[in-house]
Write a protein that binds this ligand. Structure first.
Ligand code: 5CA
Ligand code: ZN
Length: 409
């Protein structure tokens, strides 16, 4: 699939700081040391009901990761998927009486437009589940032939017990895993499984549902976790730097994906850091397609909201916290954008050298965007009140905000 166009990332004077980020697997902050080419995989959307503010907040977090790396003069190799065939997508298409491929294409196109408007950096490889199927089938066959997968009425399951590291991503107890598995696409109640948590790798063709040639697996379609594993191994390889998504992906999705990959390759770990963004809520409940309590990026844009203000609203919360979308959050962001734009509108002003350092330091410190915004607020307040004589300072602030926060002033 094609991704979306990249906005220019201005180079800043000096050099950025190395990223320290909270890793779910170790439960603490680690310094990521990616080498000259940083490798990141961020789980993409299942294309229906896109792009809501929860999606946007999660992609904003991983956009910041890349901006911190780019500021250290590294290249970034970014891969994202689109889950363009899966149960919930097919169910939605049936509910609305539309063709599932048309639904997926339309929503993916909308997502690209929203990402472009929000100045999110595009992945180098943007890969759909359907186009990944020829690469998925041999992986499932290999797992089966190695005794790590088994058949149940034509479906193929992964045996979690074959990975000695299973459980090390999310660190949950057995009961919590069972509950989350049932909630998030698993089938712990299905009789005949070796372990109730075992996830499906390949689902045999079902009447009235799309299916693909699965060679020795028979016709069917891929399970969810193996989709991301196949794409990540193909485009990044084992041991890449950051696996990213919302906190609802830690278990089972990232746990199972890590196990699939570790058993397939005999190597550990799948990713150096597992990074998870908090959940955005609306009216006290997690914003989710199943609840339908959604605020869409495109609806705000249609109402004439500047995408830079939407981005500032996302940035005003720490990526790891769970937070609530409200009209006030957006109103504050609109005001902040106006103050910042006014402050950078003059050709000279208050020196910004210290500000560049502060923003860099805040973001390198587990992506502390609220601290970065506070630093720019302080500069803008003094610039608007007192000004200064430093030629080019406002331009430097614009470039800093653009390069590190993705906001065009
Ligand atoms: N296609 C899979 C990943 S392979 C998927 O989870 N798709 S999704 O469309 O449901 O979600 C896309 C991303 O948005 C995921 O990282 C998910 O964790 C995140 N997300 C979903 N809802 C919220 C929310 N309310 N707040 C923050 N992030 C969210
Ligand atoms: Zn994924």
């Amino acid at each position: 699939m094609h991704a979306w166009p990249a906005s220019e990332v201005p180079a800043l004077p000096g050099k950025g700081r190395d990223l320290r980020i909270h890793d779910t697997a170790t439960g603490g902050r680690i310094t990521v040391d990616p080498g000259p080419v940083a490798r990141i995989y961020v789980c993409g959307i299942t294309p229906y009901d896109a792009t809501h503010m929860g999606h946007a907040a999660t992609y904003n977090a991983f956009d910041l990761v890349q901006r911190v790396w780019l500021d250290t003069k590294r290249q970034v190799h970014y891969v994202q998927n689109v889950t363009d065939v899966d149960d919930p997508l097919l169910e939605r298409a049936v509910r609305d009486g539309q063709d599932w491929t048309e639904l997926a294409e339309r929503e993916t196109a909308l997502f690209r437009e929203d990402m472009t408007a929000l100045r999110m950096l595009p992945p180098k490889h943007y890969i759909g589940a359907v186009e990944a199927i020829p690469g998925i089938v041999p992986l499932v066959e290999r797992l089966r032939d190695a005794g790590a997968a088994y058949e149940l009425d034509g479906d193929v399951y992964f045996s979690v017990e074959t990975d000695p590291h299973f459980g090390e991503v999310s660190n949950l107890d057995a009961e919590a895993m069972r509950l989350l598995s049932a909630e998030r696409g698993g089938d712990p109640e299905r009789p005949g499984k070796k372990n109730p948590l075992d996830p499906m790798l390949w689902m045999a063709a079902r009447e009235g549902e799309p299916s693909w040639d699965g060679a020795s697996l028979g016709a069917g379609r891929p399970g969810w976790h193996i989709e991301c594993v196949a794409i990540a191994l193909d485009h990044l390889g084992m041991g890449f730097d950051v696996q990213g998504g919302g906190s609802d992906l830690a278990f089972p999705h990232h746990e199972m994906g890590a196990s699939h990959a570790q058993v397939l390759t005999g190597e550990h770990p799948f990713a150096q850091a597992y990074v998870h963004a908090g959940m955005v809520a609306l009216d006290g409940e997690k914003m989710s397609k199943s609840r339908g309590n959604l605020v869409f990026v495109s609806a705000l844009r249609r109402d004439g909201v500047d995408p830079a203000a939407i981005r500032l609203a996302l940035l005003s919360h720490h990526y790891r916290s769970d937070w609530e979308w409200t009209d006030q959050v957006l109103a504050d962001a609109v005001e902040r954008l106006a103050r910042w734009r006014s402050a950078v509108s003059r050709p000279d002003g208050l020196s910004a050298d210290a500000l560049v350092d502060e923003v860099r330091e805040a973001l390198a410190d587990d992506l502390d965007a609220p601290a970065a915004l506070a630093a720019v607020d302080r500069w803008a307040e003094r610039q608007n009140a007192e000004g200064g004589t430093d030629e080019g300072a406002p331009g430097l602030v614009s470039r800093t905000v653009d390069a590190l926060l993705g906001v065009a002033l």
